[in-house]
Design a binder for this molecule. Structure first.
Ligand SMILES: *Cc1c(COP(=O)(O)O)cnc(C)c1O
Length: 397
């Protein structure tokens, strides 16, 4: 049986997870672990977080019965509407939770990494709202690609620090943020963006995101009187997927993790051409955890690729790696074209423009309806307004 527990000394999910960080980062990582261990059961902390989730983030989000999509696929499809969370995606569930942890720890400054800029924006939101100094590490390449999000962060008072090392993208931004933290942790909290990284981040981020699954479970029982046959969610690092899956782990519900199949070509020497660490990765250490990663035979990290910037990460959270190995979570892939189909069809059928990330789960469902069973929930992790330019450019190629 899968046990979903949190234990300050038990840092692993099977053989995955752990704390593979340089000596100098052990003190801050332990400090976060101890603080979270204390706060996770505190009524007072929970009440603060629930209050902000409700009044600021806009929770609970609806579980919407997608009538037209259901008719088309010949089965009942429900959408969990994380696109309606303030900021346009599930990310604020995590940044609100961690910012409150940082407050209780007495920290005054937040640092974060960002790829597409979505997590940077969600961190800038909580920084402005809760009164932190915020600095966000972002690869130089990503800064050029994501000008709007850079501007959003700056509007909300965050400083964006360009990262010029490595491939000048997300994984390099994470390395730089860790470097900063090693020198500044007396007043600085590292607000990590997904259910990956060293313990306790994978468990903590899962816990903060599992509000998605808790709500969905209650809502589906009310709407349909029973649990769904399956749940599909897209996977970058795994936070929205773990968030909706976690409350269903012990139930008889098929959990489908849809990764970025990218261009749908095989890997070459330097790039994986996809973001599918569960499906195509091998065991290795990345950003403080043993997990499934995209690497070459020499252990060098391959460049990942997806049209959806939020899925463009060469690793995945350790709990998803573990659940996949156990057979509890089923890893699947949707390539760029499949995601674009999901993007278009959900827009035209239901009047909901999904994020390109979420569109991977929708596209997969459109292509493989039989795998969903009679009734399914698809997690719509975010809204697609940020992706219009990308889609327009892709279609003009
Ligand atoms: C960041 C992002 C993702 C991917 O991150 P996970 O941690 O895997 O959830 C998915 N969807 C949206 C809308 C995002 O912004």
């Amino acid at each position: 049986m899968i046990s979903q527990t949190y234990d300050a000394d038990d840092t692993k999910f099977g053989r995955y997870g752990g704390r593979f960080v340089p000596e100098i980062l052990m003190p801050p990582v332990m400090e976060v672990a101890e603080a979270y261990e204390r706060l996770r059961t505190s009524q007072d902390f929970r009440a603060d977080l629930d209050g902000l989730l409700k009044s600021f983030a806009g929770r609970p989000t609806p579980l919407y019965h997608a009538r037209n999509l259901s008719r088309k696929l010949g089965r009942q499809i429900y959408l969990k509407r994380e696109d309606l969370v303030h900021g346009g995606a599930h990310k604020l569930n995590n940044t609100l939770g961690q910012a409150l942890v940082a407050k209780r720890m007495g920290k005054t400054r937040l640092i974060a990494e960002t790829g597409a800029g979505q997590h940077g924006v969600a961190t800038a939101i909580v920084g402005a709202n809760l009164g932190f100094d915020v600095q966000v590490y972002m690869g130089e390449v990503d800064i050029k690609r994501q000008k709007m999000n850079v501007y959003r962060m700056e509007l909300m008072g965050a400083e964006v620090i360009p990262v010029r090392s490595g491939s000048r993208t997300l994984k390099d931004a994470i390395n730089e943020a860790f470097r900063d933290w090693a020198a500044t942790f007396d007043h600085t909290y590292y607000l990590f963006g997904t259910a990956a990284g060293p313990h306790p981040y994978p468990a903590m981020v899962r816990d903060f995101q599992s509000v998605i699954g808790r709500e969905a479970k209650e809502q589906i029982r009310e709407a349909d009187g029973q649990l769904p046959e399956s749940i599909a969610a897209c996977v970058g690092g795994g936070s929205n997927a773990m968030g909706i899956f976690a409350p269903f782990l012990k139930d008889d519900v098929r959990l489908i993790a849809v990764e970025a199949g990218g261009r749908g070509r095989g890997r070459t020497e330097r790039t994986a051409d996809n973001g599918a660490s569960l499906g195509c990765g091998t065991d290795g250490v990345l950003h403080g955890a043993l997990t499934r990663i995209l690497q070459d035979p020499f252990g060098q990290i391959l460049e990942s690729y997806s049209l959806a910037a939020g899925l463009d990460y060469p690793g995945v959270g350790p709990e998803l790696a573990y659940l996949t190995e156990k057979g509890r979570v089923i890893p699947r892939m949707a390539d760029d074209k499949t995601a674009l189909r999901g993007f278009r069809e959900l827009s035209s059928l239901e009047g909901i423009i999904p994020a390109l990330e979420s569109a991977h789960a929708v596209g997969y469902a459109l292509q493989n309806p039989e795998e969903l069973g009679e009734m399914a929930i698809i997690n719509i992790s975010g809204r697609g307004d940020k992706d219009l330019q990308t889609v327009m450019e892709y279609e003009n190629l």
